[in-house]
Design a protein around this ligand. Structure first.
Ligand code: HSE
Length: 450
């Protein structure tokens, strides 16, 4: 007998009898809960208008009390993910448990049972991508992961489908809402990093353990995935140069503002076509206030993609949270269901990723950029001239200098902005300057991105 879905016999869809497309969800936390809500709200539209007989058949979560507050309908709910994996009628498994240990096992198990997988797990893909995509290839099923990068913003689809006709030669992105919120709050009120972080945690904007966010790792996972998709090879997460925002002070934000800049945590991907290497990095950066990313504030995310044919494209929106992330997960469920109905599977191949062909990354020392430096120096004759001369000896040119009155003579902040300089030359010069006796604290360095 053909199953009924919300009272609608399947054979009514354009006269065709279709098997149900059963979905199994593992993880009914914040995002999983959002997915259940969207499937309940939009299910009839998917079935009756799109002709996709999608049915949430099972939900698994160890925190079984979550089920009572969700519109799970007729779905069988249990604490055991094996109930989802061992159900032969489930063809799409949605993994929303997070972490990499259990999730890796779950995803590989689902793929080996020839089920399509939808996941929001950026860490899993950035760290175990080749293993996962090779299991998908071997079993001729798909791994879909729009929600892993940029939450509700259609970043993966834009890169792999909408902009596929372009050489996307650069991406600059603000893709961690926690960091963007913290930096925005610090800019507004001049509050210290630790204070804003504590407030953000109290308000639920930041994780209890925020290390991955504020240390830049979450942004690193996302740029690793994007760079891999853009240039056709695996980018190992641990090969990316990553700096977080913990050293940024309200003083730096105020000095930057005075010079016409704001400070954002950026993920940067640049293709050096001539050398055939890709520059992938994550660090705080000063952006001119007129830069299109400078107006991306609070928890909002943005991805600026530079294509050779289309020019610049800016994606802007909510990169995290229950419903924005669930929106991307459901988009992937629909993609998998469309493939199941219309025949092709693995419409977008990931073979190049599965083969562990690593991209050649640009050595970090060869990256060229401008720098902001905040020296803390003893206010005595010859200090500025000595710093400028030492930079000059390494071929580094100073663009501007700022010193304020009103500080104690033995610890005065002096701000330098350089012209373009090669990272390794800059670091060598700075190391030599840091040995001078007039230097009173470790120098703050922030790259300037134009
Ligand atoms: N923790 C991330 C953020 C969202 O703060 O943007 C999930 O990647």
């Amino acid at each position: 007998m053909v199953p009924l879905i919300i009272g609608c016999p399947l054979e009514l869809f354009k006269g065709q009898v279709m098997n149900p497309i059963n979905v199994g969800l593992v993880g009914a936390g914040t995002i999983g809960g959002g997915v259940v809500k969207i499937l309940a709200k939009q299910g009839e539209f998917f079935r009756n208008k799109l002709g996709l007989p999608i049915y949430l058949k099972r939900v698994a979560d160890v925190a079984t009390q979550r089920f009572a507050n969700l519109p799970v309908g007729d779905a069988a709910c249990s604490a055991n993910a094996d109930d989802v994996l061992s159900d032969d009628e489930i063809s799409i498994v949605v993994e929303l448990v997070g972490g990499t240990a259990f999730a890796r096992k779950l995803v590989l198990d689902a793929l080996n049972r020839k089920k399509h997988v939808v996941t929001a797990n950026k860490a899993l893909l950035a760290e175990y991508g080749p293993e996962i995509f090779s299991a998908a290839e071997k079993n001729n099923v798909s791994v879909l992961f729009e929600a892993a990068v940029g939450g509700g913003m259609p970043t993966i689809k834009t890169i792999r489908e909408a902009m596929i006709g372009n050489d996307i030669h650069a991406i600059k992105t603000i893709i961690n809402g926690t960091c963007n919120y913290i930096l925005s709050q610090m800019s507004g009120a001049g509050t210290a990093f630790e204070t804003v972080l504590a407030e953000a945690q109290a308000n639920g904007y930041a994780e209890a353990d925020p290390t991955l966010d504020i240390g830049g790792g979450d942004t690193g996972h996302k740029v690793a995935i994007m760079a891999s998709l853009l240039y056709g090879g695996y980018v190992p997460y641990d090969s990316i140069a990553i700096e977080g925002i913990t050293s940024i002070t309200p003083e730096d934000i105020a000095f930057a503002a005075e010079l016409g800049y704001c400070i954002k945590l950026l993920g940067i991907i640049k293709h050096d076509a001539e050398a055939n290497v890709v520059d992938v990095r994550v660090h705080p950066a000063m952006l001119h206030k007129e830069h299109i990313l400078a107006s991306v504030n609070d928890v909002f995310n943005a991805v600026l993609l530079e294509g050779d044919a289309v020019g610049d494209i800016l994606l802007y929106g909510k990169g995290a949270g229950e419903m924005p992330t669930a929106s991307a997960v459901v988009g992937d469920i629909i993609d998998a269901a469309r493939d199941l109905v219309s025949g092709p599977v693995r419409r977008i191949n990931m073979d190049y990723y599965a083969q562990e062909k690593e991209l050649s990354l640009k050595p970090h020392g060869e990256v060229i950029s401008r720098f902001y430096l905040r020296f803390t120096v003893k206010d005595e004759p010859g200090v500025l001239a000595t710093i400028a001369a030492m930079f000059g000896e390494h071929g580094i040119s100073i663009a501007s200098v700022m010193q304020k009155e009103g500080f104690a003579k033995d610890a005065v902040p002096v701000i330098f902005l350089t012209h373009m300089a090669r990272e390794e030359h800059f670091r060598t010069a700075l190391q030599e300057i840091e040995h001078k006796s007039f230097i009173k604290h470790t120098t703050q360095v922030i790259r300037i991105e134009d």
